[in-house]
Design a protein around this ligand. Sequence first.
Ligand code: ATP
Ligand code: MG
Length: 571
Amino acid sequence: MGAEQADRPLDFVRRILHEHLATDRFGGRVHTRFPPEPNGYLHIGHAKAMLLNHGLAREFCGKFNLRFDDTNPIKEEQEYIDAIREDVAWLGCDWGEREFYASDYFEQLYAWAVQLIRDGKAYVDSLSAAEISEYRGTAIQPGERIETKIGRESPYRERSIPENLDLFERMRRGEFEDGAHVLRAKVDMAHPNLNLRDPVMYRILHATHPRTGDAWCIYPTYDWAHGQSDSIEGITHSICTLEFENHRPLYDWYLEQLGIHHPQQIEFARLNLTYTVMSKRRLLLLVRDGLVGGWDDPRLPTLSGLRRRGFTPEAIRAFCKRIGVAKAESTIDVGLLEDAVREHLNRSAPRAMAVLRPLRLVIESFPPDRTEQVEIAVNPEDPAAGTRAVPLSRVVYIERDDFMEDPPKQFHRLAPGREVRLRGACLVTCTDVVRGASGEIVELRCRHDPASHGGDAPDGRKVKGTLHWVSAAHAVEAEVRLYDRLFVKEDPDDAAPGQDWLANLNAASLEVLTGCRLEPSLAAARAGARFQFERLGYFCVDKDSAPGRLVFNRTVPLRDTWAKIRQRTGG
Ligand code: ATP
Ligand code: MG
């Protein structure tokens, strides 16, 4: 992530803003916007963009707009608008009353287009889309894209102004079929920057728009709509990702021709994360083809997926702050995002004990009909959270992984003859291993030290291992979903010849455990509640839960020292 760290977070954008304030370029104002296109759900990359824009507005006592860039009715849906509003609010990027829609500017954009035609700076072209692309100097040959030095002018380029005005009006009235004509800006067909070779401003699309319905059958392109929308809203700094850098001359050209308020476009590097894909096109494909459970699948980098997985807005904000904003492309280790949520939940999540793969442990020295209430801290990081009572009885469940019959030395857990601590309760020594018909271990027997209240040895003898446990008689059952990375490769595009990114999908990215046993205090936990399951990681209640049928998602495991040792030693 080197390049991202080279600058302190935000510094290069801040410098530009300070310079504008010093030279009074925008009358001392800072006004930013976050402009999602409602053609999918927001992802963690969008979080970076919105936090940047919202944060700068706050820092410079400016304004922040949420603007839906809804200029392409074919891909846009109300469902996406609703989801985006929810996600932006969830991250705390408050926009108040400042919610806008590019589609509200269609009439103004049309008027400005007419103005450009009148000024001889726009014309109706009747070439086909393929011809326009070829004339522009981009020809798609099988397998390669060729760009020529200069483009060729369309035979329609010199249409008279009255003819252009007439055709454009009839385009709007719906007299022509999709693709019959487009409106193009008359810039320069020999310009080295392809974006300036007479870019398309309007195309005919007989499609129903989620907000304007059938009022329009011509729709503005991104380049024609975006800068003018910024201008209408009085935006001062139009911050976008690097792929728009070579659109900036066009952004500036339109605003100059119209002579209207002229924001400064500033580009920054988009966020890329290891082991994931971020483009909405790809996310949509995963959702549509049922390769994941929906836009809020906890394995996706969507904000709704991360939320369902148990991520907090605080963690996402801390992550974005840490990675900073730079001009150079880089890919961030997804581990950094996981660290951020670990850090926040370590401070904020109540602890609970849960046994994911239960193994019975009978404490033979414990009276059969007794239940003791053991007091355990709700969160050792937060003494104010107090303690909780956890019932202990003669039969408890421990984690299958916490027992080994013939363990190596570094394994500080239970083994025949070994003594460990049951967290917060007492010390137990394994005395016997009970096997089932096929030889598998079905139960362990042990005796406890009745003097070891709270798990402390009365004589101060050293007991290294501490296990989590749940009383069998009191436990609640639950389903627990363990998530792994969605792709097996750091870079999902790193695929074998003839294969694509989908070949790198991780077939084992979801493991569903049933029959997990949880401490009884969790019975009342509601969807969205987050916990640290001691020694395991952070988990949150999934929305699929119903009364008496709890489902938990693992947000992220704790750092597992034994797994690391095992990996290192190949054991
Ligand atoms: P995608 O490329 O994922 O389909 P997009 O850029 O088409 O996304 P928009 O809805 O147009 O999606 O994005 C809204 C804003 O979020 C834009 O300003 C865009 O630059 C920014 N943005 C999108 N993806 C990222 C990313 N990965 N990192 C940072 N900013 C991003
Ligand atoms: Mg976009």
